[in-house]
Design a protein around this ligand. Structure first.
Ligand SMILES: Cc1ncc(COP(=O)(O)O)c(C=O)c1O
Length: 345
């Protein structure tokens, strides 16, 4: 048996829950809009390679994100773009600074690329202080810093003026701001690419656009940075079906805006109901909510009632993350939470 690299052997694989479910609120996915309207595959040519430059998609994205298409690179999910970026910039053993808790894949990308991952621990209520970030940056001078904003799994958020303050002090490094959830709250840093050549903003169509299954991510940065990243982008990395459907989605932005509005309203409602159930509920600018619960094995108890939520108890004691879904899904989840709560007395 030939083993994988030594530094990868202790990684716990990113496995998704495949238990049967009625309501799935464990992966921050959105809802499906396109299949409700009419999806048009007339121009689909499976025999041809996709447009490797994804020109039409980048044009549509540029309009939506408020930049030029020359500022955008697309990939097979923002996951691929994140890995490609750190691989492109970091040599073995260089430092990548991330936050704790934050998106669980960042440390894995670092391991894959033989990089040192330094983390900045969160403070009160799982928020992050800008002064502490700058202090830790100056002590360690990492090659790359990855800021998930708003942050997964905490839902916490750094304001634009705080991001500006960080960018002013981190010009010697690549600063990646992962805005996977920005449509649900907060102000994007995309326009700052004109002021900071070292800034990379990651966006995805997996969350607010509800297209997680199509794997479409966007990397937005200065033209100079994008030019360099073209050198390492895999050819044909975004398949034709994904490009075709995504382009049609940009013709339906009104539906997406309505969906985002609905999620924000549901988020407020679910938060209030969770508080009534006496959970500790953290503020959220995303399409999910982090809670603390004294009920042991809460995720498993809900899973037995066919409701999936994300169990974070291995990383943060007694903490769980619940995605906001459609009204009927959220109502069902709350109903099942009441049952679990009553059974636990
Ligand atoms: C913070 C964050 N970044 C990136 C991703 C990956 O997104 P994509 O589906 O575009 O690969 C996720 C997915 O959950 C995420 O939570």
């Amino acid at each position: 048996m030939i083993n994988i690299k030594k530094n990868l052997r202790d990684i716990v694989p990113y496995r998704v829950n495949d238990k049967p479910y009625k309501v799935k609120l464990d992966a921050n996915e959105g809802c499906n809009y396109m299949l409700n309207s009419k999806l048009n595959l007339d121009n689909f040519k499976p025999q041809l390679y996709p447009d490797s430059d994804a020109k039409q998609l980048r044009e549509n994205m540029a309009k939506y994100y408020g930049c030029k298409m020359e500022n955008i690179l697309v990939g097979n999910g923002s996951s691929e773009l994140l890995l490609t970026t750190i691989n492109a910039f970091c040599d073995i053993d260089e430092k990548v600074m991330t936050f704790e808790p934050s998106f669980s894949m960042y440390p894995i990308y670092c391991k894959l690329s033989n990089l040192k991952n330094l983390t900045i621990k969160s403070e009160n209520n799982y928020s992050f202080s800008v002064d502490n970030i700058i202090k830790r940056y100056e002590e360690n001078k990492p090659k790359v810093i990855i800021i998930c904003n708003p942050n997964n799994p905490t839902g916490s958020y750094l304001k634009k003026k705080e991001i500006n303050k960080i960018l002013d002090k981190t010009k010697q490094s690549i600063v990646i701001i992962d805005e996977a959830y920005i449509e649900f709250g907060g102000e994007s840093a995309v326009d700052l690419i004109n002021n900071y050549e070292n800034l990379i903003v990651m966006r995805t169509l997996s969350k607010a656009f509800g297209l997680a299954g199509l794997r479409i991510g966007a990397l937005i940065s200065s033209e100079k940075m994008i030019e360099n990243l073209w050198k390492v982008k895999l050819p044909y990395n975004l398949n034709s079906v994904s490009q075709l459907i995504a382009n049609q989605t940009f013709d339906n932005l009104e539906i997406i805006k309505q969906h985002i509005k609905m999620i924000k309203e549901e988020r407020k409602k679910v938060m209030d109901l969770l508080k009534e159930l006496e959970f500790k509920v953290y503020p959220s600018m995303t399409n999910f909510i982090m809670i603390k619960s004294d009920i042991k094995n809460l995720a498993e108890k809900l899973e037995n009632k066919q409701v999936l939520i994300r169990d974070f108890t291995k990383d943060i004691e007694d903490h769980y993350r619940i995605s906001i879904g459609r009204k009927e899904d959220n109502d069902y989840m709350i109903k099942k939470l009441w049952e679990v709560k009553n059974e636990d007395r």
